[in-house]
Design a protein around this ligand. Sequence first.
Ligand SMILES: [Zn+2]
Length: 63
Amino acid sequence: MANPKSRHTRCRRDRRRANWKGRIPSLIKCPECGEFKLPHRACTSCGMYNDRKVIEVIEKTEI
Ligand SMILES: [Zn+2]
């Protein structure tokens, strides 16, 4: 079976574990309304994706 030849050092192990956090979620500007949105997602404020409306956006109401 495939086995590691030798174990990694503490330094190498800890360097690997130190890297799992700290990813900033990338945001892009919506071309329709200029609002920040997640890439490859429909815009949450106007419901547009690829120049067409894909979801109906319910206006936020103050409660
Ligand atoms: Zn938008």
